[in-house]
Ligand binder design. Structure first.
Ligand code: PLP
Length: 454
């Protein structure tokens, strides 16, 4: 591709494309990507980079898989579309497949995005309580730092002030508690004690708010985009106990943690919990097409089958459960199974753990948190005070990795006070050489760059 065409692309982008969550910066225009294969992307100038974030934590099987394109193509030709007021075979097959992983306990409701899946979860939870004789239950509790989506309900559940404050007032009835950020626990307190204390915040909130008003708790199995905050198992057990005690539904957001990212098929499977509702998106199709799912326990679904008028779920979306997207999702899961990508994710997590352990001695590395092929490195100015690293320091590390051909992320600019966590979430299909490259680049940038170590 000639330089002239390249320049034109960037200019045309500037004139017409409004980018998601990106500041307007004339000095560094967005990269235009033109090709991608495996874990590697090629930009409009021919530069290759390894996508250590799988896009937005989503291209789990890697880029450029022809068999996924073919699965979608075949389905489009065979039967393009029917709304999910009716049905079609890929939707049925995919629901069965998901239930294979979930012990057959769930009904599958299809939408288009993670935000949609969470909106559906909130509506189902509220309607369920109404139909179950507890109409006063309408509130949801989530955690500060968590992200649950961009639509008004999902944003209300989100605990990141900087994403919200220009769009308020948001939806009433969404409450927040502190996350189990063990790295910043009080001195002298064990991780276990701290996690129990943090879980108890849910109970306190439920009591303060009047227990009969609480519909559900929504949480990721571990907070991903908000800074990779991994709970101690006792935290999740305690949350489950509290939900059971107060009749509160446990909604688990698996939008990032699902489909192998954390080393199990679903992130909640690391813990002794049985979600009432599970939202899924991203890795479900590895982002080749939009599709999301709200999986709802079958006994909750039963209350929607009562004979009264309007007991059905009055929610529809045009594209949810699109046949090509469902067919593609099935193929995506077939690939994950065939290539053992869930086990591979766990194995690669161990590799990161071992081979990056010496970074713990770096003067600005406060904490390294890994679950499967998902990692957060918390950067600090000072290891003693744990003062979060400046945007400048974190930005420099990201830029240097990028200059060496590796995309890594950080937890947005969205968590007030704590935008100091480097994130990594590469395709689970990375080759051993890809992983060598990721590890050596991160080490190289952190260890051999005096400015970053200053
Ligand atoms: N939930 C979590 C945990 C997410 O990370 C995201 C997106 O990043 C969402 C929900 C929203 O998903 P979507 O962007 O598909 O609406």
């Amino acid at each position: 591709m000639s330089t002239i065409q390249t320049d034109t692309l960037v200019e045309r982008d500037r004139q017409n494309v409004w980018h998601h969550i990106s500041p307007y910066n004339e000095a560094s225009p967005p990269t235009v990507f033109t090709e991608a294969k495996g874990a590697w992307m090629t930009d409009h100038k021919g530069n290759k980079v390894l996508d250590g974030m799988s896009g937005l934590w989503c291209v789990n099987v890697g880029y450029g898989r022809e068999e996924l394109a073919k699965a979608a193509y075949d389905q489009m030709i065979k039967m393009t579309y029917t709304p999910m007021t009716q049905s079609h075979q890929p939707a049925i097959d995919l629901a069965e497949k998901l239930n294979e992983y979930l012990d057959d306990d769930y009904m599958i409701f299809y939408s288009n995005s993670g935000s949609d899946a969470n909106e559906v979860a909130f509506k189902i939870a509220r309607q369920y309580h109404q139909q179950n004789g507890e109409p006063s239950r309408f509130k949801f509790i989530s955690r500060y730092r968590a992200y649950h989506g961009s639509s008004m309900g999902a944003l209300s559940a989100t605990g990141q002030a900087l994403r919200k404050y220009k769009y308020e007032p948001l939806v009433p009835g969404f409450l927040h508690v502190a996350p189990p950020d063990s790295y910043r626990r009080p001195e002298g307190m064990s991780v276990e004690e701290f996690n129990i204390q943090k879980a108890q915040e849910f109970e306190e909130k439920i009591i303060w708010e009047q227990k009969e008003t609480i519909a559900g708790i929504i949480m990721e199995p571990l907070i991903t985009g908000g800074g990779v905050i991994i709970p101690h198992p006792v935290y999740m057990e305690k949350v489950q106990e509290i939900c059971n005690k107060y009749g509160v539904l446990l909604i688990i957001d698996e939008v990032i943690c699902g489909f192998g990212r954390t080393g199990k098929m679903f992130g909640h499977m690391h813990y002794k919990v049985k979600p009432d509702i599970i939202s899924m998106a991203k890795g479900l199709t590895s982002a080749y097409l939009p599709l999301s799912v709200t999986a709802v326990r079958k006994d909750i679904y039963e209350t929607f089958k009562k004979s009264e008028e309007n007991s059905h779920f009055r929610h529809v979306n045009t594209f949810g459960g699109n046949p090509a997207a469902c067919a593609l999702a099935l193929k995506n899961l077939e690939i994950m199974e065939r290539e053992n990508l869930v086990a591979r994710s766990a194995e690669l997590g161990k590799r990161l753990q071992n081979e990056l352990a010496d970074l713990n001695d770096h003067p600005h590395v406060g904490d390294i948190r890994i679950k499967g092929f998902l990692m957060g490195i918390e950067m600090v100015e000072d290891k003693e005070t744990k003062e979060p690293a400046t945007n400048e320091r974190v930005g420099k590390i990201i830029a240097e990795c990028r200059a060496k051909g590796l995309i890594i992320g950080k937890n947005g600019d969205t968590v007030a006070g704590y935008n100091n966590i480097l994130t990594l979430s590469p395709p689970l299909s990375c080759t051993d050489e890809d992983v060598d490259f990721i590890i050596s680049t991160i080490k190289d940038v952190l260890n051999h760059n005096t400015l970053i170590r200053d």
